[in-house]
Write a protein that binds this ligand. Structure first.
Ligand SMILES: O=C(O)C(=O)C[C@H](O)[C@H](O)COP(=O)(O)O
Length: 215
């Protein structure tokens, strides 16, 4: 898969909804009902972070949920890319980007949302053909004001900012021309998941899905 095809596919996934839930799955039994609750609330694109031992099995279970588009987050190595693809992930997300990781995603045909946080990192990815990027950690790295400034010299890059974003501040990002969507974990609170309160997750997803996008 070429970088251009990767970016096209990443843009398509980012445009499915204003928010991509970032999910940390501690209990495999949560995977399916969580995906169902989020999709029912209007958030089809789901990022399962490879941060727990259950993550790959969770991706496998969630990939079977009708209407869901399940990706793997926290991709760090070519082995992660292979494992995510084998589990049924249809896209990948990484906090940063390395040449080995990018090449593995291109070889495996796994569309990647590579991470960047500085002008030079964004430019390096752009030079490599990646016009759709994750901005991480969004709030800590400068937030919406930073992305507005980056949009002046680099208007050709579309971002999915992630890290520290909440329902309250998501509109600041979504109003910007260079934002495709935002990522966030707030739609799947740990306590609600532990208690099996899936209707709470659907309600949070519905709120997030109706956020307006300026661009
Ligand atoms: O695991 C990854 O690939 C990451 O890059 C980290 C996540 O994007 C953040 O952990 C988002 O979580 P919140 O800040 O709680 O919304």
């Amino acid at each position: 898969m070429t970088p251009e095809a990767q970016s096209l596919k990443a843009a398509e996934i980012c445009r499915l909804a204003p928010v991509i839930p970032v999910l940390v799955i501690d209990d495999l039994a949560h995977a399916r009902p969580l995906a169902e609750a989020l999709v029912a609330g209007g958030l089809p694109a789901l990022e399962v972070t490879l941060r727990t031992p259950q993550a790959l099995a969770a991706i496998r279970a969630m990939a079977e949920v009708p209407g869901g588009v399940v990706g793997a987050g926290t991709l760090l190595t070519p082995a992660d890319v292979k494992a995510a693809k084998a589990a049924g992930a249809t896209f990948g997300v990484s906090p940063g980007a390395t040449e080995r990781l990018i090449a593995a995603c291109e070889d495996e045909g796994l569309p990647l949302l590579p991470g960047a946080a500085t002008a030079s990192e964004i430019m390096a990815l752009l030079e490599r053909g990646y016009t759709v990027q994750k901005f991480f950690p969004a709030e800590q790295a400068g937030g919406a004001a930073y992305l507005r400034s980056i949009g002046s010299p680099l208007p050709q890059v579309g971002f999915c900012p992630t890290g520290g974003i909440s329902l309250k501040i998501a509109p600041d990002y979504l109003a910007l021309k260079n934002i495709l969507c935002v990522g966030g974990s707030w739609v799947a609170p740990k306590e609600a998941m532990a208690r099996g309160e899936w209707e709470t997750v659907t309600r949070l997803a519905r709120e997030a899905a109706t956020l307006a996008r300026g661009a």
